[in-house]
Design a protein around this ligand. Structure first.
Ligand code: TXA
Ligand code: MG
Length: 529
């Protein structure tokens, strides 16, 4: 079959499209949510051809689209008060209502159900075509079953070219995810699929509504869903999708710690440059409308790019976000990853960083010892040590080829440029070492990870830290502790204290301040960790 493509959308073209529908053909039409694959809702044979074209499981019922309120009466046996209120508030628009079905609706539209789903779209082209066809149109999303819903005419052609009679190109769909579906066949009414009309909006008209558990959780085997469409893996590119909870930092850690060929990411605007694998953004982090608008188009791009695994930054599930989250859950077949929380632990000398590290270890955190990592990467014969010798001269090595720390320090700390050279060589190696250490040692029993490193604000491992813990104590107290611990003279200890950045510097960069001095107690200061 040759699929006609209408892109002028003038009266003539829309008349032609409407005629195809009257004759029992299939036409993909734009709506404000996604493209729909329409057939005359009163023609059971035409409706069954929709199932064939999409490869849709035949028990999955369709939404019937109307262009005026009069058209609903022949479709339903009741149009209760609460439905009328919803229609007044949200029609035309992205809301589908499930109501008791009349005998005029062919069984193909809602196989084995006593109900029918009805929606009045707001898209002017959709409305015009329904009007010209003179009949309500049954229309599921115009994708092959299982792939992301189409939000452009090109997406429709990609999936269905040659399988349907025509496509009407109305440009990009505005909302981008399918309509909100609510059933009024139960009391209280129940949300079956979240979409462009939010729970808050519905409750502002109806009072309390229920949210079907299948909206955000996986159905147990054998449990029949309230909406048959909810049991299928959906909206999915060919790649395996994973939703990753948590911060951008832990996201990056996760990706770095298990990198594979074909890994890609779906992230928020501006994060692409920080994520070490090819990434597509789908709107600002707080812009839920943009995320809905872009979600399916971006999911389709991963196929074109040959992605094998797609890691998704978990969006908010508030408002329209609930619809986005619901689609992502299905795209991911409910695979959600919660990466470990990673704290950076630091503080001025003598503040008690190591004591805090010990206590956090007792609380169940995996501790990464930054000093140990820094020594490990410059072991004799390591590539880092070779590079240091090349840059700073081989006299930083002793006759056995071991690093002479004082010799390196003398050169590297001579000026700022050298210090930066040193960091550029050692920091990536320390980070890599630490990540490998975490990968090897982190178990499910751990509460999270603590990276204990004095110079963490100088190092690039801080970009993996979800939060920074800074331990503080007054200077005189720190001085007494160092004197006791390291056996220095008072002057040498003071010199060491003064060589460090001041307390203000640490405090400004802290997410969690731990006060390690009376009257505070560490047990109290750490009780939330
Ligand atoms: O925005 C939309 O709703 C788009 C555009 C084209 O209007 N249509 C759409 O249709 O998303 P579809 O078929 O992809 O999704 C319809 C959903 C399915 O999950 C289906 O199971 C559910 O609505 N549904 C339809 N009739 C139902 C009924 N009588 N009872 C329960 N669920 C029903
Ligand atoms: Mg669909």
């Amino acid at each position: 079959m040759i699929t006609k493509f209408y892109k002028k959308c003038d009266e003539n073209e829309l008349l032609e499209a409407a005629q195809i529908l009257k004759d029992g053909g299939l036409v993909a039409i734009p709506t404000e949510t996604v493209y729909g694959l329409a057939a005359n809702a009163y023609n059971g044979e035409a409706v069954s051809r929709v199932f064939e074209a999409k490869g849709r499981p035949t028990d999955n019922p369709m939404i019937v689209h109307i262009s005026s309120i009069e058209e609903i009466y022949p479709l339903v046996t009741a149009f209760p008060e609460n439905a009328r209120k919803l229609a007044d508030a949200f029609w035309p628009g992205p809301l589908t209502m499930i109501l008791p079905k009349s005998d005029l609706v062919p069984r193909e539209v809602a196989p084995r159900l006593e109900t029918v789903a009805v929606r009045m779209p707001s898209h002017p082209i959709a409305r015009k075509i329904i009007e010209l066809a003179g009949v309500p149109l049954a229309a599921p999303s115009a994708n092959s079953s299982g792939s992301p819903s189409p939000t452009t005419a090109q997406h429709v052609l990609h999936d269905l070219d040659g399988k349907i009679n025509a496509v009407v190109d109305g440009g990009e769909c505005d909302v981008g995810i399918e309509s909100t579906v609510i059933t009024l066949a139960t009391n209280p009414p129940r949300l079956l699929r979240p979409g462009g009309i939010t729970v808050d909006q519905l409750e502002s008209v109806l009072g309390h509504i229920e949210v079907d558990p299948a909206v955000i959780s996986e159905l147990e085997d054998g449990v029949a869903p309230a909406s048959p469409g909810m049991k299928y893996k959906h909206y999915s590119p060919k790649a395996q999708v994973y939703i990753v909870e948590g911060s951008l930092e832990s996201f990056k850690f996760l990706i770095d710690s298990d990198r594979q060929e074909g890994d890609m990411a779906l992230c928020f605007n501006g994060e692409e440059k920080d994520i070490p694998i090819p990434s597509l953004p789908f709107g600002d982090e707080g812009d839920l409308d943009a995320q809905a608008h872009l979600l399916f188009a971006e999911l389709r791009k991963f196929d074109e790019l040959g992605a094998k695994r797609v890691f998704v930054r978990a969006p908010s599930s508030e408002g329209v976000g609930l619809g986005v989250y619901n689609r992502l859950l299905r795209a991911a077949a409910f695979k959600i990853i919660t990466p470990p929380v990673i704290y950076g632990l630091t503080g001025q000398t003598g503040a008690g960083k190591s004591t805090v590290g010990e206590m956090l270890k007792e609380k169940g955190y995996l501790i990464v010892d930054g000093d140990f990592a820094a020594r490990a990467v410059v072991e004799k014969g390591s590539p880092v040590l070779d590079e240091l010798a090349r840059v700073f001269g081989s006299d930083i090595l002793d006759e056995n080829g071991e690093l002479v720390r004082s010799a390196l320090a003398k050169k590297a700390f001579a000026d700022e440029e050298n210090r930066q050279k040193l960091n550029a060589i050692t920091h990536p190696a320390v980070t890599e070492w630490s990540i490998a250490f975490i990968k090897k040692n982190l178990t499910k029993e751990h509460k999270g990870v603590v990276i204990d490193a004095a110079a963490i604000f100088d190092s690039d491992i801080q970009r993996y830290c979800t939060k920074m813990i800074v331990v503080t104590a007054p200077e005189n107290e720190r001085l007494e502790r160092i004197l006791k611990r390291d056996g220095l003279t008072r002057d040498a200890a003071m010199l060491r204290i003064k060589a460090q950045k001041d307390e203000q510097y640490y405090k400004e960069r802290a997410d969690i301040l731990v006060r390690n001095y009376a009257p505070y107690t560490l047990a109290d200061e750490l009780k939330l960790l």
